[in-house]
Design a protein around this ligand. Structure first.
Ligand code: SF4
Ligand code: SF4
Length: 266
């Protein structure tokens, strides 16, 4: 069974809840698919045993000896990543439009190291597989799918901490899961994000359950979420949880509150 934790917006407590459920499921594989912000390993005290760098992202390379400075590449680049043959690799999305338009065939696309897949163990003995984008690169669905591919060798039962939002990294995390826990906090921004990610799950045909985190912070926003969604679990706001993260300790105050979620994994 593959269960992912996703949310419409970041910062709602998704990784802490995933880590807390992992506390009860020590023979499950834990997958950190939030490759732009991999906090799950911090909650679980992961020690990495293997780190593999992957060439996933492509960037434009220009053979300046062929460049006639015509500026056609500037016109076609939607990301403002090239100017008369000079590429800004941080902005370049590797779409290839400049290479297609260049009259002198001066531009080629080259794969560069843009992410890592890491394999290790948590403090509780879980096998953990995680991804991390390298500085200057954005998380991509491809990196997440590489992470999920590696995780598959360690077992069928997986807890997957996905990216927030509805980016391709989030889509990649949710795809193929048997269940998604959608984590929300009591705020308007979270509710709007929740609607988007719920729609995404419907499109991907992945069943979902909504969990309300930080209950007690904003009763009016909580009521709005309850009106629009069936909430299967509510976790009270536990201020001290964040001091656990600062000390790189597991979020123990959440453990009893997430326990009812185990019923959905049968
Ligand atoms: S389109 Fe090609 S030749 Fe023209 S400026 Fe860009 S790299 Fe140079
Ligand atoms: S590959 Fe795409 S994003 Fe990169 S410089 Fe060329 S047109 Fe711009």
């Amino acid at each position: 069974m593959k269960v992912c934790f996703v949310s419409g917006k970041g910062g709602v407590g998704k990784s802490a809840i995933c880590a807390s459920l992992a506390y009860y499921l020590r023979d499950w594989v834990v997958v950190d698919a939030d490759v732009d912000s991999p906090t799950l390993p911090l909650w679980l005290g992961v020690e990495w045993e293997q780190i593999e760098r992957l060439k996933i992202h492509r960037v434009a390379r220009v053979d300046l000896s062929k460049c006639v400075k015509c500026g056609k590449c500037d016109e076609v680049c939607r990301f403002g990543a090239i100017e008369r043959g000079v590429v800004d690799e941080v902005l370049c999305e590797g779409c290839g439009a400049c290479a297609a338009i260049c009259p002198t065939e001066a531009i080629s696309l080259e794969k560069v190291e843009s992410g890592e897949v890491r394999i290790g163990r948590s403090r509780y003995g879980h096998r953990v597989v995680g991804g991390r984008t390298l500085p200057g690169h954005l998380g991509s669905g491809k990196l997440v799918s590489e992470v999920k591919k590696r995780a598959q060798q360690f077992g069928e039962n997986q807890l997957i901490d996905g990216a927030p939002g509805v980016s391709c990294a989030a889509i990649s995390a949710i795809t193929g899961c048997n269940l998604a826990f959608l984590i929300a906090e009591p705020s308007e921004a979270s509710l709007q994000g929740l609607k988007r990610v719920a729609e995404l799950c419907r499109q991907l045909k992945v069943p979902y359950r909504v969990v309300l985190n930080k209950r007690g912070l904003n009763p009016r926003a909580e009521e709005k979420i309850r009106k629009e969604f069936e909430v299967v679990a509510e976790i009270p706001f536990e201020r001290e949880v964040y001091s656990y993260l600062c000390r790189l300790e597991p979020p123990e105050p959440l453990f009893p509150h997430v326990k009812p979620l185990l019923d959905f994994l049968k």
